[in-house]
Write a protein that binds this ligand. Structure first.
Ligand SMILES: C[S@@+](CC[C@H](N)C(=O)[O-])C[C@H]1O[C@@H](n2cnc3c(N)ncnc32)[C@H](O)[C@@H]1O
Length: 362
């Protein structure tokens, strides 16, 4: 082998550790941090409203049905100004929610799956309502000063929850259906199901659909429960449902009479005491060897490694009286204190975790 002389880095500039890019400004010791997280936050507001506008203008469905398109014919179809539409679509491309090749725009895989109304995991109905009432975000500092929002959703739950649970149904139904692989509710002999704060009842309906002998008691607030009735009808399981409207903290529940109790995304609006009360109610409602399924967004012990759960906690704080998210550790302690055993965690689809816990035989 030829002697190349003393070895050196192939890119000598990487060795210039004394330059400002490596060492910071003269007379200071550190390189200034990047402002990227600040800009990402500022842009977050615009990004959300860009997506809302695209949904409101029917951009995704129109591209879906009409196929790839340049700006002019698309603007004509949508009845909007073409320079403004170009700005909107270029932003969606920057946000990785559309594809663009030269002057032609098209749906990408994410838009096809999540943003088109007929996408297999469409979030089109969820996106406008997912952050809670938008005005509450503009008053967040006041909420933190006062310890609760001026207009919590509990003041008019029907207005908010009816559209929320329509919007979350697709995802939750997919999650509940996949959960059968872990829970095997389809293999139970005529299980009796109680779904508290059921919304559109994605859990109860998935269980009823998979198990022809199952029956369900479905609870939600007056009027919101109409969504569950419509969905149960749509899925052909309504004849095996009994609807029990009212506050889940106070409705009458026959003790020891259910094989499966579902608390699906209801604990995080109730505060620690409310969540514990719901867990106690579930325990009482279950027959021995019955199982509780408790779905929510859970924080890790340090409250920082699952940003989605942390920010969901802030979303609850912004719009509800007692809403916060809690850690896996807090929930498992509450489950044990209520008397549950064999506590485990499942994640039937990404980011959708549920505790499964068994009421032991005395
Ligand atoms: C986030 S949604 C969850 C819906 C459904 N369980 C799921 O997993 O998709 C919360 C539901 O709890 C209901 N809810 C809130 N407070 C309630 C209460 N005090 N009593 C009964 N239902 C309540 C709401 O109306 C809403 O349908």
């Amino acid at each position: 082998m030829t002697d190349l002389g003393p070895r050196d880095a192939p890119y000598p500039e990487l060795k210039k550790t004394h330059t400002m890019a490596h060492a910071g400004r003269p007379w200071t010791d550190h390189k200034p941090p990047t402002s990227a997280p600040v800009w990402a936050t500022i842009e977050g507001l615009g990004r959300y409203y860009i997506l809302l506008a695209a949904l409101e203008l029917d951009v995704f469905n129109t591209l879906g049905s009409g196929g790839p398109s340049p700006i002019e014919p698309l603007a004509e179809r949508l009845g909007v100004s073409s320079p403004h539409l170009r700005s909107l679509l270029d932003s969606l491309v920057a946000m990785e929610l559309l594809e663009q090749v030269r002057d032609i725009y098209d749906l990408n895989d994410a838009a096809r799956r999540y943003l088109a109304s007929d996408g297999p995991a469409s979030m089109a109905e969820l996106i406008p309502v997912a952050p809670g009432p938008h005005d509450n975000w503009t008053r967040l500092a006041d909420t933190i000063r006062q310890g609760q929002p001026a207009e919590p959703i509990e003041d008019d739950p029907v207005a908010f929850y009816t559209s929320l649970v329509e919007g979350t149904f697709t995802t939750m139904f997919r999650c509940a259906s996949r959960a059968d692989l872990k829970i095997r509710y389809s293999a139970l002999d005529a299980p009796r199901i109680l779904d508290l704060g059921a919304g559109g009842a994605p859990w109860a309906i998935a269980m009823l659909a998979a198990n022809p002998g199952a029956t369900a008691v479905i609870n939600d607030l007056d009027d919101v429960i109409e969504v569950a009735k419509d969905k149960a009808d749509e899925f052909g399981v309504i004849s095996r449902c009994r609807f029990l409207p009212g506050d889940f903290h106070h409705i009458e529940i026959e003790p020891g009479s259910f094989d499966l109790v579902v608390l699906g995304h209801v604990c995080r609006t109730e505060g620690a005491e409310g969540a514990k009360h719901l867990i106690d109610r579930a325990f009482e409602a279950l027959a021995p060897e019955g199982r509780l399924i408790l779905a929510d967004y859970f924080q890790d012990a340090d409250r920082k490694f699952n940003p989605h759960a942390v920010l969901m906690g802030a979303t609850m704080m912004a719009s509800t009286r007692r809403g916060f998210t809690f850690t896996h550790g807090e929930f498992s302690a509450w489950l044990r204190a209520a008397g549950f055993a064999e506590i485990r965690m499942i994640e039937p689809i990404g980011f959708q975790q549920s505790f499964v816990a068994v009421k032991p035989r005395e």
